[in-house]
Design a binder for this molecule. Structure first.
Ligand code: FAD
Ligand code: NAD
Length: 468
């Protein structure tokens, strides 16, 4: 029987990063993945394919609607080869997942394909596709088994017309009317993809705003922009039934006043969150506890009830984000190696890759109010930037929240072109506990979108933005 210092179950961004960091620290490491391609949700049916389709559909929309204003004239029709777009997305996924195999080999990590299940605290049985099994011994195990799409109790996902994000990334045709249940990050990203490709898109959201966990200013601005893009929103609507008859989907919801509203479409995408995945793990054989939300229960060291078994990423509490899983992967590897790492969960950024992009770090204005923290707000609109006018990306704003007395930056919230990249500046500043004035006094290259961050920081410092 092969024996390892560490076995990692699951090869998503949590698992594969944990394996690399373990190997870097000199630990003999194995990784177990049930599918033939590594990379988990993120690389196969999440972050990467959704961004590939967002980028492709953005090019298509630009060609249809925006080239002309730049003086670029297309002689003849712009036409869409949707299957080619999907094939390109598949090839981006393939290249990226192959990269993980390369990294495993480079770091001398032993890969096993099959479902990993605990026999006891130190033994894992791997069941391969042909039902044959391999048993390995592991001094330590890291559970990184991720998550699956959530559903609603009355709803049957048929994977054809009533679908999750997984199917929405590989459709055979463009829906005529796509009804999205949930105005969170998946609903908005994939809603925007299909809107750009010509579908009618209706987003039904239970709460009174979209992206309800982000700062309210971002919800408001993103909804305004997406409404201009002709996405329809039904807020404060509770979906109560989804029925399919042939190609027709009927969704019934109750509005705020309890009135029934009926929606008809040809596809319904259910994007109401994700749930942790531990099926087939036999966690109980190792004494690992699963809580009533289905998450693996861990302490502050991400250690389970079994001291040699750890868990990370979507399968534990916290934000379901690839970079959060990655940080936890490195963290646990370093704990196992005897180091004392640290993660500041308040500084894990949150991004929605619509266009304009939405990005956020730290506390929202609503949270500061709730916590009774005295704060200052500095806000700057993207349209006041020369760079935004040059590219034509004038929608959005940057909002910096700083402490009223100390001026320490407590939160940064932005919507605009390349906000997903701009947020890194705020994360760096907050990691070093910068004040808004520190951010404002740093030189920002001109002309860039990043100047909006400087201007918002100036506005937060003492209301002295320069260009508005
Ligand atoms: P996963 O990536 O889910 O990986 C778990 C792996 O474990 C899987 O490969 C699974 O097959 C394997 N596994 C499970 N059980 C076993 C077992 N018993 N034996 C062997 N293998 C097993 N996050 C972002 O930060 N940015 C984004 O832009 C983004 N976009 C997304 C878009 C979509 C459409 C979706 C669905 C998600 C997106 N996410 C994004 C979220 C991100 O994908 C997850 O947070 C991330 O993948 C979690 O990583 P993980 O390693 O915890 O789990
Ligand atoms: P989400 O939690 O972002 O949004 C779900 C939305 O559905 C919420 O707004 C919620 O209020 C709403 N909802 C819940 N029940 C409802 C009902 N019965 N009727 C109408 N609305 C209802 O979840 P998601 O969009 O499914 O994404 C799942 C996870 O994947 C998220 O946790 C996210 O972190 C991750 N993800 C991240 C990215 C990114 O980082 N860019 C992209 C996609 C997915």
């Amino acid at each position: 029987m092969d024996s390892f210092d560490v076995a990692v179950i699951g090869s998503g961004p949590g698992g594969y990063v944990a394996a690399i960091r373990c190997a870097q620290l000199g630990l003999k490491t194995a990784i177990i993945e049930k599918y033939s391609t590594k990379g988990g949700t993120c690389l196969n049916v999440g972050c990467i394919p959704s961004k590939a389709l967002l980028d492709s559909s953005h090019h298509y929309e630009d060609a249809l609607k925006h080239f002309e204003e730049h003086g670029i004239e297309i002689k003849g029709d712009v036409s869409l080869n949707f299957q080619k777009m999907i094939e390109r997305k598949n090839s981006v996924v393939e290249q990226t997942t192959k990269g993980i195999d390369f990294l495993m080999d480079k770091n001398n990590i032993t890969s096993f394909e099959g479902v990993g299940a605990f026999k006891d605290k130190t033994h894992i049985v791997i069941t391969h596709k042909d039902d044959k099994t391999t048993e390995i011994e592991a001094k330590n195990t890291i559970i990184a088994t991720g998550s699956k799409p959530n559903s609603l109790p009355f709803l049957e996902i048929d994977k054809e017309r009533i679908i999750t994000s997984t199917e929405a990334l590989s459709l055979k045709e463009i829906p005529k009317h796509l009804i999205m249940i949930g105005g969170g990050v998946i609903g908005l990203e994939l809603g925007q993809v299909y809107k750009r490709l010509g579908a009618e898109v209706t987003v039904i959201e239970y709460m009174d705003r979209i992206i309800p966990t982000m700062d309210k200013a971002l919800s408001k601005e993103l909804m305004k922009v997406m409404k201009k893009q002709k996405v329809k929103f039904k807020l404060s609507h509770k979906v109560k039934s989804v029925e399919r008859e042939g190609d027709k989907i009927t969704v019934k919801a109750d509005d705020k006043k309890g009135n029934e509203v009926v929606f008809e479409g040809d596809y319904c995408l259910v994007s109401v969150g994700r749930k942790p995945y531990t099926t087939g793990l036999n966690a109980e054989n190792a004494g690992v506890k699963i809580n009533d939300k289905g998450q693996v229960e861990v302490n502050e060291k991400l250690q389970t009830a079994a001291e040699n078994i750890y868990a990370i990423g979507d399968v534990v509490h916290g934000a379901m984000l690839a970079h959060k899983a990655e940080e936890e992967g490195s963290f646990v590897a370093e704990v196992i190696a005897g180091q004392k790492p640290h993660i500041d969960y308040n500084l894990i950024p949150n991004v929605v890759y619509t266009w304009p992009e939405v990005a956020s770090v730290g506390r929202t204005e609503e949270q500061l109010k709730e916590d009774g923290v005295e704060y200052k707000v500095g806000q700057f609109p993207m349209r006041a930037l020369g760079r935004s006018r040059a590219s034509g990306d004038v929608d959005g704003l940057v909002k910096i929240l700083s402490h009223k007395e100390t001026d320490e930056v407590l939160g940064a919230h932005m919507i605009g072109a390349r906000a997903a990249d701009l947020i890194a500046e705020a994360v760096t500043a907050m990691e070093f506990r910068a004040s808004a004035e520190d951010m404002a006094r740093m030189s920002h290259a001109h002309p860039t979108y990043a100047e909006a961050v400087k201007e918002a920081a100036l506005a937060a410092t003492e209301d002295r933005a320069l260009h508005i």
